[in-house]
Write a protein that binds this ligand. Sequence first.
Ligand code: FES
Ligand SMILES: [Fe+2]
Length: 265
Amino acid sequence: MQLPVLTHVATYRRRVAASTERMWENVRDWEHLPFLHRTTFRSIALEDAGHWGWRARIGLHPSAEIVVEVCIEVEKSRYVSRTVRGAGAPSEIWTKLMPVAPDLTDIEVEFWLFDVAPDRVAASGAAYTQLYRALWDEDESMMVRRAQQLARERTHERTPERCLLGPAREVRAKLPRCIDWAGRPFRIVAIDGELVVHATTCPHLLGPLDEAAVERGSVTCPWHGWRFDVRSGRALDGRRARLAPPPRLETDSNGDLWLSDPHTA
Ligand code: FES
Ligand SMILES: [Fe+2]
């Protein structure tokens, strides 16, 4: 069988504020595509995954579907993303990772397309470069935040007995309010008039639940779409994960709102 001849249309280079560990984690993480990159991808259905990489059916906006295979060669510090079916197939996007510091990695992304007319090469290259700049911006912000959260998880702060938030009336007037409790992030929201505190670190990969609005009592993680009931902290969709237990909210006789250790009487 004759292999299709692909044309190199552009190379995109940039420095990413992430370690190679975070980068490989991101490359293997197929699940984030329709959530973190929701403006580019509509859906994903995994077909296969293994040490070699993964293959999935990916929905594009508004209705197209493609099949993509990501093959990873860690020993060569590179991976290739092949569109094997659907719009643009066959095509190959080769990415090389070059560590420059513990939390900095240079990347070089080559775009190879099939059947590109010579007068369309520059425009196709520019379109792919623009798309990948946006995708890598989103990936970088996720990896930076995850690295910060991992560092935070390694620190241990003493749980305070109590902490004054202020007059309940003023707290209610400025919701949602993000707070720190024992070195961990939480958020106070009102659900049907009731004040509720919930952890804003997703138990999956430490995603930022503070970036998601509470809707009908639940919150959806912007990284992979896991959903949690805010009052109970339980994961929805049949998952067993749970949000970290929040501090207790109490209003004293002066109308002041306090956070307190839920483990003390
Ligand atoms: S970090 Fe993956 S769903 Fe929240
Ligand atoms: Fe990504």
